[in-house]
Design a binder for this molecule. Structure first.
Ligand code: 3PG
Ligand code: MG
Length: 425
């Protein structure tokens, strides 16, 4: 049996602790929501408590263009707002090493990191925060460059701590690095995994709710989830594509790829399809710019071959129906990785669903996905504020990470997590 290496068991005194965070919360130079930073503060506190010297790092956005191999360095993707937030909120002095990139292949000269770590050791600053990890050459490389970058980073540190549950992709700073330093799981990482286990060993009945703008990225996790869950509710383009496939409808915005994925999902999951709870009333809109020509339609009344405009929400009425309410109110676990529609125009379906979930006082309620939580907070601030201190709720800092774990069949299946496991005994 392997178990996760807990940072609390590590000797950190006087040691430089290289900590991978998922502080990917900056959009165009400002912080959208601090939740993911706040969630990592316990790790930072315990590093200080144990006398460690923190060197933090995160990725921001997607500056690496996979097609061209070009790394686009723009101020809008800088870690500066995160550093300023930590400085202001906790009265700490931070330092970002002045690493410069040459051309478009990213940062190669790591020597400014060495200088910054010296300042940290001398007590001139309280933490170092590396530039956006995706600005460095090698971070997303699939060849030996990933190890070269990781070795370069490891040279400045004594231990590596991964607290970036949301950064599930196996990159140099989440994966390769752990080969070169004693490596541990941060406290947030451990908490997220403990809660993820509630999906794998759910209190039953287990109701899973998944939606999304593209079907193809979610087909793998969905095919695994339908096996674990007792009931599955779909929303967004995923549901639209499922409806098109099952009822031979044509819905605007559903692409051929979405249809292929839906057909495959229905075929692969044929033994489990009766677990899907179909929301009968869909909301059709003429375009996607503004609310216009809205119609609420019952899917059961539509003839095969019917063409529909954009379907942008599930009607709030679905969640007032006894047969649907029953599914929620009887659930022992509710896992939500979804908003029900295009909330910028139609938040009503998601609001009605989240309000209903809040009434499920006996259920374990697990929410994942940045947009899901953001919308919950924006549209139902009162319920959200209360939920944050309610132990029956848990808000994951990752969305893709959870789906990846579900697809792997275990929280320990995620590649970066495998690197911080130790043989027991
Ligand atoms: C996120 O925001 O979903 C995580 O930080 C992961 O980002 P990525 O999908 O760009 O790897
Ligand atoms: Mg994401």
């Amino acid at each position: 049996m392997n178990k996760i290496a807990d940072m609390l068991g590590a000797d950190l005194k006087g040691k430089v602790c290289l900590v991978r965070m998922d502080h990917n919360v900056v959009k165009n130079g400002s912080i959208k929501d601090t939740m993911r930073i706040d969630a990592t503060i316990p790790t930072l506190i315990h590093i200080y408590r144990k006398g460690g010297l923190p060197v933090l790092m995160t990725h921001i956005g997607r500056p690496f263009d996979k097609k061209t191999g070009i790394i686009n360095i723009s101020e809008g993707d800088s870690v500066l707002p995160v550093v300023q937030y930590l400085e202001n909120k906790f009265q700490l002095r931070g330092l970002i090493p002045d690493c410069r990139a040459e051309g478009s292949s990213g940062i190669t000269d790591l020597s400014p990191i060495g200088k910054a770590v010296q300042a940290l050791k001398k007590g001139k600053v309280d933490f170092v925060y590396l530039p956006n990890t995706r600005w460095f050459k090698g971070e997303e490389a699939k060849d030996e460059r990933a190890d070269i970058f990781a070795q370069g980073l490891a040279a400045f540190a004594d231990v590596y701590i991964n607290d970036a549950f949301g950064s599930w992709q196996a990159h140099s700073s989440t994966y390769n690095i752990a080969q070169f330093l004693p490596s541990y799981a941060g406290l947030l990482m451990q908490k997220e995994i403990a809660n993820l286990n509630k999906v794998f060993e759910p209190k039953r009945p287990f109701l899973a709710i998944v939606a999304g703008a593209k079907f193809d990225t979610k087909i793998g996790p969905l095919s695994s989830l339908i096996k674990i869950a007792d009931k599955l509710i779909l929303g967004g383009v995923i549901y639209n594509a499922y409806l098109c496939s099952k009822y031979q409808l044509q819905i605007e915005g559903v692409t051929n790829e979405d249809m292929e994925a839906a057909n495959k999902f229905i075929k692969d999951s044929k033994d489990y399809l009766d677990k899907i709870v179909e929301l009968p009333i869909i909301v059709e809109n003429t375009g996607i710019e503004k609310r216009q020509g809205t119609r609420e339609l019952d899917i059961k009344t539509l003839q095969p071959g019917t063409k529909l405009n954009y379907v942008l929400d599930m009607s709030a009425e679905n969640f007032a129906r006894d047969e649907i309410k029953k599914v929620f109110l009887e659930a022992g676990t509710i896992f939500v990785n979804a908003v029900m529609g295009y909330t910028a125009l139609y938040p009503e379906g998601s609001m009605a669903m989240y309000s209903l979930i809040d009434k499920c006082s006996n259920a374990v309620k697990l929410f994942g996905g940045g947009d899901t939580i953001q919308d919950f907070k924006e549209y139902l601030p009162g319920i959200f504020a209360k939920a944050q201190n309610d132990p029956s709720y848990y808000f994951f800092t990752g969305g893709g990470a959870i789906l990846d774990a579900i697809q792997q069949g275990s929280p320990y299946g995620m590649k970066p997590v495998q690197m911080i496991m130790r043989a027991e005994g």
